[in-house]
Design a protein around this ligand. Structure first.
Ligand code: MCN
Length: 836
């Protein structure tokens, strides 16, 4: 099925008997509570007697701690205790976890929740206060007297690589690892030797601040009489957190219960194990008193992980027709000061996508990662894949220019064709299904591409100074983040499976326990729809339980757009097992052979005996009373499935952005944005569209607005929402969505994930449009964010004859913005759309 127009909300809903629920636009059952302020977030929990924790954070990017005097803070009103690292040695069985040692010789500095002798970024915690109120704790932080011996900051990746200043002296170097995709380098060399065309791009993925609506929060409550500790956290990963907290603190895993109450977004940043979680847990357990902490927005900017942070170099070789024959990629990745949970693995997640959606026969990839004196980086929506897509999609535009064909045409010549699927890529991964040319055609038609090119020419011929730019990108998402064996080959420490239990209750209602952990994605709605469709019940009769390790003990949580293609599929499989067992019970009750039973609309019927039928609800009641079950049948009707998928799933699509650039001011106006995404079978198209909307805005934000700027001393320059420009609704265009549906052949629902798709496609689409708008002026590159100042600088450089390459972002551009850049970043009114 292919739709060329955005869907409307008038599509049919569920028909009441289960069939047709999947694919309907059921309103999200989560929303009434969230929209009326009834969400129960960690910081909303009423916990009598809890002590409030506040952290003393380093104002230096790099310094030796020479002394800490806590006496004045300890004597302040309401303060119960002040601790430094030395006071808390006995809380830790191990340093903070990094679960992705990507190479055997990867360098990983010991990282403890409080810095011991040195600080390595602004915001690194050196001491903590426990007090009777949050205000008392935060006031007392000001009274802790820390003496530092400042050391030089390292904020430029190439400077870091040179080891001019070694941040973790015991490691002897700032390089954490070099990782290669071990492919046929000779084939790559041959491709470049024989190429009719080659292009090279050098791109900077600036650091971004994840800005969830709810900052992080944690509350730890010890049970009386030694019954363990409950750790409430605004986390995406309660199950992973539980294991890692046990490993770090040495508290028995059986004594830790982790609950993620309502979580106000995460975008990857809450896929982590943070110092504050471990400190609150360790102290609550030690002192036998509840301990809580809630992050302030400024702390969010400093102490929650940052996203992106890479310098990319990509070379593309092509034959005379522009058919790509080889791709070579070199990455320099910014780890920040320490390795957090999956920091080192993020560039690897992109490694497999630098050939994009194209049929590329030769590929090489190498990544070197370095420590810097900035906040650690880690997963941020897309995690490696938006970066990879950016490089290849900017590269394809460069190639189009080099070959002298339209950007849409160069892509058409290179797409993996529909009949090549399943397609084994040069990396060895198998792409399940796709129709890239089809998605591109829908997108270009929706955008009215040919008419836009005519209008662009008209403006140029007329000498107008508001230039029209048309950009496109095609992408793969690579989601699911499984199977476990592939993760093992990448040295990821965990598996890629997901767990689900489906339980029929005596009244015919259904209880589902999911290991996935929603934080805005609408899982409760979608899981109820899958169960309704499978079991023939109403979605309203399905209760979904999740995000509490006492209720859902098994799980791998939510990230990597995995919840549906892994967790949702596990639910469907568990439903099927419930039906299998129910069939035996129904056959017994109906005195028929199970082979003669059919199940449809929630009712078992006997072939050839129209009067014999038994609803699933009645079977559930029989399974509960157990008065008359077949021999050797256990009472109860439930099934648990742990599903480890055989492959990643490969959603894909094409985005088109149309914008106007004012040559005189550098101001950009986005006029139109079209996205065609294909995530296989859509469980709930309205939720899919919401995911795509949010994802696109995050990619567009990277392209036009956001940058975590640091000065030369490593001081963050954009640490609040007044300085860090998250786009407001008024800054973004209406998004026009189309879609195609190419089911995945590797799972019974035919689904692929969608949570990151929008972000993966958007930044390159927007920047391609900006460069396209200005290409006739000689602009060939544009650093992100394409703020009015950066755009204006690129135009001036091109006019001066230097080509815009002279203002192409370099490592130092990203991390040590000069005064002009800073003031640009700091002035909302200079931003596209006026900022907000
Ligand atoms: N869905 C569907 N049909 C499909 C694909 C997905 O109906 N073919 C639905 C799913 O059932 C689910 C939602 O779309 O309700 C997203 O599904 P999926 O792609 O499996 O992604 P996850 O649920 O695993 O969510 C993770 C993904 C990631 S990695 C980030 S980052 C992200 C995102 O989701 N962060 C988010 N979306 C977010 N949305 C909100 N509101 N907040 C965040 O922090």
């Amino acid at each position: 099925m292919t739709t060329t127009e955005p869907r409307t909300d008038t599509d049919t809903g569920p028909n009441g008997d289960g069939a047709g629920v999947i694919g309907s636009r059921l309103l999200r059952r989560e929303d009434p509570a969230l929209l009326t302020g009834e969400g129960r977030y960690t910081d909303d929990l009423q916990i009598p007697g809890a002590l409030h924790m506040a952290l003393v954070r380093s104002p230096y990017a790099h310094a030796r701690i020479t002394s800490i005097d806590t006496s004045e803070a300890a004597a302040a009103p309401g303060v119960r205790a002040v601790y430094t690292a030395a006071d808390l040695d006995d809380l830790w069985a191990n340093p903070m976890p990094c679960a992705w040692p990507v190479t055997d010789d990867m360098k990983n500095p010991a990282h403890y929740p409080l810095a011991q002798d040195k600080v390595a970024y602004v915001g690194d915690a050196v001491a903590l206060v426990l007090a009777e109120s949050n205000v008392a704790a935060r006031d007392a932080v000001e009274l802790v007297d820390v003496d530092y011996e400042p050391l030089p900051a390292v904020i430029d990746l190439e400077d870091a690589l040179s080891d001019r200043v070694v941040i973790h002296e015991d490691l002897g170097t700032n390089t954490s690892y070099t990782w290669d995709l071990d492919l046929d380098e000779d084939a790559v060399q041959a491709a470049f030797d024989g190429a009719a065309h080659t292009v090279t791009g050098r791109f900077v993925q600036q650091r971004l601040l994840p800005m969830a609506m709810e900052p992080r929060a944690v509350a730890c409550v010890p049970a009386p009489f030694g019954g363990g500790v409950t750790l409430y956290s605004a986390t995406q990963v309660p199950h992973i957190l539980k294991v890692m907290a046990a490993v770090t603190t040495g508290i028995s895993e059986a004594d830790i219960r982790v609950v993620a109450p309502s979580v106000g977004g995460g975008f990857g940043s809450k896929l982590n194990v943070y110092a504050e979680e471990l400190l609150a847990l360790g102290l609550a357990d030690k002192l036998k008193v509840p301990v809580r902490w809630a992050e302030e927005r400024g702390e969010n900017a400093q102490a929650t992980i940052h996203g992106r942070g890479q310098i990319q170099e990509i070379d593309i070789a092509a034959d005379a027709d522009g058919k790509v024959t080889g791709v070579r990629v070199r990455l320099l990745a910014d780890m920040g000061a320490y390795l957090q949970l999956v920091t080192p693995g993020i560039p690897l997640l992109g490694a497999f996508l630098y050939c994009g959606v194209y049929d590329v026969p030769a590929f090489s990839f190498t990544c070197t990662s370095v420590f810097t004196t900035m906040t650690p980086t880690d997963a941020y929506r897309g995690a490696g894949r938006p970066e990879a897509t950016y490089a290849i999609e900017r590269g394809m535009d460069l190639l189009a220019k080099e070959v002298g064909v339209d950007p849409a045409e160069i892509r058409r010549r290179n797409y993996i064709t529909k009949d090549q699927f399943p397609y084994t890529a040069v990396t060895g991964l198998e792409y399940d299904s796709g129709d890239h040319a089809g998605a591109a055609t829908i997108a270009l038609d929706l955008a009215k591409y040919d008419e836009l090119r005519t209008e662009q020419k008209r403006r140029r011929d007329a000498g107008e100074t508001k230039h029209l730019g048309i950009g496109m990108s095609s992408y793969f998402e690579m989601c699911g983040l499984a199977p476990s064996r592939v993760l093992a080959s990448l040295k990821y420490s965990a598996g890629g499976w997901e767990s689900a239990t489906v339980r029929m209750l005596p009244t015919g209602k259904v209880e589902v326990v999911s290991g996935a952990t929603p934080h805005g994605q609408g899982h409760e709605t979608c899981w109820s729809m899958i169960v309704a469709e499978r079991l023939g019940v109403s979605p309203d009769d399905v209760e979904v339980l999740h995000s509490d390790t006492a209720i859902s003990p098994h799980g791998m949580d939510t990230y990597g757009s995995r919840s549906l293609p892994v967790g949702g599929v596990a639910i469907a499989m568990a439903c099927d097992r419930v039906i299998d067992k129910a069939k035996q019970i129904a056959a017994h009750q109906l005195e028929a052979s199970a082979d003669d039973l059919q199940f449809s609309g929630g009712v078992f019927t006997v072939a050839g005996s129209p009067d014999k039928e038994m609803p699933l609800a009645a079977v559930a009641f029989e399974a509960f009373t157990a008065h008359d079950l077949p021999d050797d049948t256990e009472p109860s009707l439930e099934a648990r499935v742990t599903y480890d998928p055989p492959n990643f799933s490969w959603p894909f699509g094409t985005h088109v952005c149309v914008l106007e650039v004012d040559e005189e001011t550098g101001q950009i106006d986005v006029l139109d944005y079209v996205a065609v995404d294909d995530c296989g079978t859509q469980i709930n198209p309205m939720i899919v569209e919401g995911q795509v909307h949010g994802g696109i805005i995050q990619g567009l934000a990277q392209a036009l607005f956001e940058e975590a700027v640091f000065d030369a001393d490593g001081n963050p320059q954009a640490a609040s929402l007044a300085e860090y420009l998250v786009p407001a609704a008024s800054d973004v265009p209406t998004l026009r969505l189309g879609h195609s549906v190419t089911p995945s052949p590797t799972n019974p629902l035919g689904v692929k994930g969608v949570g990151e798709a929008g972000t993966i496609g958007a930044a390159s689409t927007v920047i391609n449009a900006v460069v396209d708008a200005l290409s006739h002026l000689g602009v060939t590159e544009m650093r992100m964010p394409a703020s009015p100042l950066h755009v204006w600088q690129a135009i001036q450089a091109a006019k001066d004859g230097g080509g815009s390459d002279s203002v192409t972002a370099s490592a130092s551009d990203t991390v040590s913005a000069d005064r002009d850049t800073q003031s640009d970043t700091l002035s909302p009114q200079t931003q596209p759309g006026g900022g907000s």
